[in-house]
Design a binder for this molecule. Sequence first.
Ligand code: G3I
Length: 369
Amino acid sequence: MKKTVPIAGLAILWIGAAQSVAGQNVPSLKDVFKADFLIGGALNRNLVTGRDPNAADLAVRHFNTATAENDLKWQRIHPQLSEYNWEPADSFVAFCEQNRMFVIGHCLVWHSQVPRSVFRDDTGNNLTRDALLARMEEHIRTVVGRYKGRIQGWDVVNEALNEDGTLRNSSWLQIIGEGSEDKRYDYIECAFRWAHEADPNAELYYNDYGLETSRAKCDGAVALVKHLKSKGLRIDGVGIQLHGGLTYPSVEGLEYAITSLAATGVKVMITELDIRTQTRGYRGADVSQVSRDSTSDPTAVAAETQKKLADKYAEIFSLLLKHKEDITRVTFWGVYDKTSWIGGSPLLFDRNCQPKEAFFAVVKAAQRQ
Ligand code: G3I
């Protein structure tokens, strides 16, 4: 047993600890998993600009890597063709640098959160393949180039696959692929090529959800990695987002994803981890399918729910530790429950930034290995 944290008395000690200091009297996750993988979170703008100091304290204490939750998405950073909005992303990168975190850029090419005007000409018609490629190239070179040497890993292409493993029929695919089987991977190839040219030292990733619940989708990601490698392109890793629930993913599904992706020779990362406590409703990762009105979960604080949450986190972390040779990073999609896109009680710290039963279960999983 390589960890030395005295877990047995931890929870008891914590009950009597001052509630005002957010997660400070408990082991630091980045220390607990130091020998295993990086640990991080998605940071929102309130956190990096000082408006949520408790969240910032938690991030600094527990994370050695961070991802911008929204501020590097096309719509945010490049809202008009001739306009870039650097300030939010600059704040994110500065925060990470001040706190010596491994910085992840999320994301360059995605079907969502990109202005529709990117795909249209002045008269409102679809752009030609060449014109859209030119826009994509300009965006990637500009954004990656600005943060060259400062953002160490990029989600180059996000969520390009359907559940059955085929490529999503996004505007990127429709216009650049021109309906031709031969050109179907072209936009992805170009994105990886230009990102690499803009910062040759940056790690480049493909990122998607549902790889741990759909074998067909995971097989599609494996095929994508093999294709890029066959073209001599750089791809360092695949991100399994892992937006889970109290009853999913199964150990078998997650293990299949980790082992089949790792077998292609890439690093495997858990990039957007959360466990939704609501047991009904939409299960995917598309925020437009989530009703903000129904994201509260009346059972979230119930002891039974928190126990299930802790058990699911323990199961997942035990499996991640089993495969730690292949897993380089685990990133939570948020810092504490109030910052989560999904509502309910999906993270390790509650709405007052206090560690939950799930936090101690995760630490215990590390101690058991
Ligand atoms: O900041 C504006 C605010 O000014 C405005 O008043 C408000 C009105 O709705 O919207 C705010 O922006 C919202 C933003 O989150 C910040 O809260 C957007 O509407 C909302 O669409 C956006 O949702 C984000 C979503 O991606 C879409 O970009 C979530 O925060 C973010 O957690 C989520 O993250 C995605 C990953 O990028 C990819 N994988 C799935 C994951 C979950 O959907």
